[in-house]
Write a protein that binds this ligand. Structure first.
Ligand code: ADE
Length: 230
């Protein structure tokens, strides 16, 4: 998979995309991530990318020209499955959406900007708008990092134990069961007896029951609307 991220603040993406599982995926060649600095497409000596919004609303809006140039520079080189814009207006990211995005070959993610981008770009060049939740971030970079992380870990070969993505919360529509490690008794706080039993059938039954109980108690909405995660 190749992901091109267009951002006015590329430094914000540096650390989240250079460590841990994403780093490993990049090192193994399972994902290629390129960050495009929108200012490279800005106008004049100051590389201007924004301007006052029409209609008297205070605040700067990203101009259409640099966005158009940055996006078409990429789309003229290869086909993209999705040209995503991160925005609180978009479809809320779910495990189902992550699963579907993880099968793409090439993706562009255009990071939103606090006062927005010229709407014509959204109408004509963006194919999908994604929100990471019903709250407002200062910019789309953190949302882009969340989208990258949640889809890259689903690419086959990225996680060392392939079953570990399958046992994630949400993959089967339920929250994950609790996990424990040694010591079995920590200051009198004990690991559930069944996990020490060595009986795989009993352990699996316990884990399934825990997943259902936790989902019912903590996220009953998931049981009512499984479409949210499919
Ligand atoms: N930009 C600002 N807020 C956002 C959100 N909640 N999701 C995605 N992009 C955003």
């Amino acid at each position: 998979m190749r992901i091109d991220i267009i951002s006015a603040v590329p430094d914000l993406l540096e650390s989240p995309l250079s460590h841990s599982i994403i780093k490993r995926a990049r090192d193994k060649g399972l994902v290629e991530i390129h960050v495009v600095n929108l200012h490279d497409y800005g106008k004049g000596n100051y590389k201007q990318i924004d301007d006052y919004g029409f209609g008297g609303d205070a605040g700067m809006v990203i101009k259409p020209e640099p966005l158009y140039k940055a996006i078409t520079d990429l789309t003229s080189q290869r086909d993209y499955d999705h040209v995503i814009y991160t925005s609180p207006d978009g479809e809320v990211l779910s495990q189902g959406l992550c699963n579907s995005l993880s099968t793409a070959r090439n993706i562009i993610i255009l990071c939103g900007h606090y006062k927005g981008i010229d709407h014509r770009i959204r109408e004509h060049l963006i194919t999908k708008e994604i929100s990471i939740g019903s709250y407002v971030l200062s910019g789309g970079e953190l949302a882009a990092a969340v989208i990258c992380d949640s889809i890259i870990r689903l690419i086959p070969g990225v996680l060392t134990d392939e079953t570990s993505a399958l046992s994630d919360s949400f993959q089967d529509g339920l929250l994950a069961p609790p996990v424990y490690t040694r010591p079995a008794d920590f200051m009198g706080w004990k690991v559930p007896e069944v996990l020490l039993s060595g009986n795989p059938r009993l352990i699996q039954q316990w884990q399934e029951a825990q997943a259902v109980e936790r989902t019912r108690r903590l996220r009953p909405d998931l049981l009512e609307d499984p479409e949210d995660i499919k």
